[in-house]
Design a protein. Structure first.
Length: 458
């Protein structure tokens, strides 16, 4: 049954970029029929085109796209750092004893890292799953290798409630919520200028939910390992050609220096410490995308042996950010059309009208999980769905932090059904989406139960 479901997803869903284009066309058509554009056909189309153009190239949203790209690239580079690689190899050798220990070990490490940074967790989880497969093959231990791959993907099940969650760190930025809300007049003033991570990521409720999902995922992996302890082909290490390094001459020696990059990294950390305001330290409004990216850059420079290695790993990591580069502007264009045509207000009012203060967070969670299947980027989805979440919270008199967390939980839970972000993992582990899908489907069910109940009753 699960295999048939996987085949259905593959047959019905084109590439995420094609989905973004189709959603743009659908939004444009709906705005012409349901929106409040006035005038004749040519005038309505001209206004539609202007709204799309203003949205797709809105400078503040393009900054947002670049921030998310940089976060993914730096997280990827951090996972490739030799120090991290050695640490993952040590962990893999210790847990490569049987499928149960390996799957739970990979899941625990991946979720812990993913809560800190989603790009770092995604790549580190994939590398760890592969290393465990290599270690098992060397020891001639049979394992369920597809389950290890699924365990290496669990960071995407916890990331949006973590430190790098797109909606949460953007909400901490001064003015972002008000700019995104598209509200006017008196209502606009009700939107807070910012929500610090102390109210979202590090709130008591989110920490409890994150702890429960962590334990629940490990229990799910334990059951799956007992259900199918051996399956698939364990990854076997292939010979790697030694890297040919030319002797550096002149100023090129600076690129090979083991000290230069690390000194710069330490200086960046000192600059960041100086940027932390004592007066608002506890609210954590200073933890913004820019702060996180600067911190990641410092770690990348400190943990790499040379600038040359930084550049090499950067070139490898950039390819994984192509989805954000190409898709985010299209979602910004969709948001521009929805805002300019009045569709955003229409949809917000409809969601509020069919919900109550008790059910709105759950409907937000459910809608975010569904929309994420079609918009796999949390940041792109927040750009489109965020204004609806903000207005609904205001209209129902609900804490905005609770509604944004409900959105974050919905966005991350259906990543277990969405293969887009699994592509780097599949390439590293050499597994197919069909191989890991039965297990990510189980993780999806676990996440729906935990997150759904937390949104309803917490």
């Amino acid at each position: 049954m699960v295999d048939r479901f996987a085949d259905l997803f593959r047959r019905l869903l084109p590439s995420p970029f094609s989905i973004a284009l189709l959603l743009t066309i659908l939004t444009a058509a709906l705005s012409l029929f349901l929106g409040d554009y006035s005038g004749n056909g040519a005038e309505r189309f001209s206004k539609l085109a202007a709204d799309w153009y203003d949205g797709i190239f809105k400078s503040s949203l393009l900054v947002f796209a670049f921030q998310m790209m940089l976060m993914l690239v730096l997280g990827h580079m951090l996972a490739l750092a030799p120090f991290v690689n050695r640490a993952l190899r040590k962990v893999s050798s210790k847990i490569a004893t049987n499928t149960t220990a390996a799957a739970m070990g990979v899941g625990a490490v991946t979720m812990s890292i993913g809560f800190f940074n989603w790009g770092f967790g995604l790549i580190a989880g994939a590398i760890l799953a592969r290393m465990v497969g290599e270690a098992a093959a060397e020891k001639s231990i049979d394992m369920n290798y597809p389950l290890l791959g699924a365990a290496g993907y669990t960071g995407l099940l916890v990331w949006h409630g973590g430190v790098s969650g797109s909606s949460l760190i953007k909400a901490a930025e001064s003015g972002h919520l008000r700019e995104l809300s598209a509200l006017n007049g008196e209502s606009y003033q009700l939107v807070p200028n910012s929500l610090g991570l102390a109210e979202t990521v590090f709130s008591t409720s989110n920490l409890i939910v994150s702890g429960v999902i962590f334990i629940s995922v490990l229990l799910t992996l334990f059951i799956a390992a007992r259900w199918r302890p051996k399956e698939g082909s364990v990854f076997r290490k292939t010979a790697i050609e030694p890297e040919q390094v030319k002797d550096a001459v002149g100023a090129e020696r600076l690129d090979d220096s083991s000290l230069f990059g690390r000194v710069i990294g330490v200086l960046i950390l000192l600059v960041l410490v100086a940027q932390i305001p004592i007066s608002s330290f506890s609210s954590m409004t200073w933890v913004t995308p820019n702060f996180i990216n600067a911190f990641l850059l410092a770690l990348v420079l400190i943990l790499h042996p040379s600038i040359r290695k930084v550049i090499a790993n950067g070139e490898e990591a950039v390819g994984g950010a192509s989805g954000i580069l190409l898709q985010f502007p299209l979602y910004f264009g969709i948001m521009g059309i929805m805002t300019g045509s009045g569709l955003l207000l229409l949809f917000s009012n409809q969601l509020v009208s069919v919900s109550t203060p008790e059910t709105f967070p759950f409907l937000t969670f459910l809608s975010a999980a569904i929309v994420n299947v079609f918009i796999p980027s949390g940041g792109g989805q927040w750009a489109v769905q965020g204004p609806v979440v903000i207005q609904g919270a205001l209209d129902h008199g609900l804490p905005l932090s609770k509604c944004i967390l409900a959105f974050a939980y919905g966005d991350e839970v259906s990543n277990m059904l969405q293969p887009f972000w699994a592509l780097p993992l599949l390439g590293i582990t050499r597994l197919s989406a069909k191989a890991i899908f039965p297990y990510t489907m189980l993780l999806f069910v676990t996440g729906m139960v935990v997150y759904g109940l937390s949104v309803l009753y917490f």
